[in-house]
Design a protein around this ligand. Structure first.
Ligand SMILES: [Zn+2]
Ligand SMILES: [Zn+2]
Length: 348
């Protein structure tokens, strides 16, 4: 079988590797869909993520779905061969202090696939802990099942933001996570949802996902535009879902007194600046969102009920043999390439 390895900046190579056998507590999967995340693009373009890197080639990809083709010993009785599943990239230890307090995403012994040093899903087959695969209903496609992971990230951020009915919401950055934040704010009963991006085609998607106002930073200063739209008041909740460099501070400037700023993006330089006087005078609550915790059940329910169109996010699809092209198209923001999807079972 084949796997796509990251060798260095803008260098993805597909090569033959041997099949793995599922061990105790594991399942063997045919991988059906993998989304290329913004964090994968950080690695692709910068060679590291948050300063973490590796000398050895690594298989990236942590947003994935698959079909179970073999079960190791002691697999849960809820799983069977032929079952379609979402692959939860995170396997917490369940024993550390943070796991015991239910903060599985903050586990100190967390295993996370597709992140140095653990291989991810950009391969035709993979083994994965059985307790970290989630059966999905027929109504959710393979691409949709892979997109349950970014939906979980957005849902975690949305829960931290706790949007209430009638509140005004700003989302800066209309990639996959930003669009899902737009959608979740709409579903939560926001009054006005304001979306900001630099690409018109992404703002069109934001309108489809429920944004009332779509601001292009090429034409508008987002902070001035938000203050104009809200009669100088600012928004109750601002989600930062871009690359953070200036956008976290724009969220702070656009928030109302007592507002909440939720930071989901990952800064390219591993640093960002907030204007202290603004944050202090408004008594803003600044919350950093870290991946997700206990989101699959709710995400599946939202997708299965048709409340969120996950397929719309993954229209650009490539076979594994063309994984390098999928990365390049996503990194260059080619029109319509929201989540570049690699379909490892697709003939290439
Ligand atoms: Zn991701
Ligand atoms: Zn733990």
């Amino acid at each position: 079988m084949q796997a796509a390895f990251f060798h260095g900046v803008r260098d993805i190579r597909v090569r033959e590797v041997s099949d793995a056998e599922p061990q105790r507590g594991e399942v063997l999967l045919d991988v059906t869909a993998v989304g290329i995340c913004g964090s994968d693009l950080h690695t692709y373009l910068l060679g590291n993520i948050g300063g973490v890197s590796s000398a050895d080639p690594i298989v990236l990809g942590h947003e994935a779905s698959g079909v179970i083709i073999a079960l190791g010993a002691d697999a849960p009785s809820t799983l069977r061969v032929g079952q379609r599943v979402a692959i939860d990239p995170a396997t917490p230890c369940l024993a550390c202090e943070f796991c015991q307090h239910g903060q599985h995403h903050l586990c100190t012994n967390l295993q996370f696939m597709g992140y140095f040093p653990q291989h991810g899903a950009l391969q035709q087959r993979m083994v994965h802990p059985a307790r970290s695969v989630v059966p999905v209903p027929e109504g959710i496609s393979d691409v949709g099942a892979a997109m349950l992971e970014p939906l979980g990230v957005a849902l975690h951020a949305a829960r931290l933001g706790a949007v209430r009915h009638g509140e005004d919401v700003l989302v800066i950055g209309c990639g996959t996570i930003g669009l899902l934040c737009v959608r979740l704010a709409r579903l939560a009963g926001a009054r006005r949802v304001i979306a900001v991006d630099r690409y018109a085609w992404r703002l069109d998607m934001a309108a489809n996902f429920g944004a009332d106002h779509c601001l292009n930073i090429a034409q508008d200063d987002p902070v001035q535009a938000v203050l104009r739209l809200t009669n100088k008041r600012g928004v109750d909740v601002a989600f930062e879902a871009a690359w953070v460099t200036d956008t976290a501070n724009q969220c702070a400037l656009a928030a109302c007194n007592g507002g909440r700023v939720i930071i989901v993006g990952i800064p390219a330089e591993d640093e960002f600046t907030l204007q202290a006087s603004v944050v202090r005078r408004k008594e803003l609550t600044i919350i950093y969102s870290r991946r997700m915790n206990h989101t699959y059940e709710a995400s599946i329910a939202l997708a299965a009920r048709g409340l969120i169109d996950l397929d719309a996010l993954g229209q650009f699809q490539m076979p594994l043999a063309r994984a390098a092209q999928a990365f390049e198209s996503a990194a260059e923001y080619h029109s319509g390439v929201l989540r570049a999807m690699v379909l490892p079972q697709m003939k290439g």
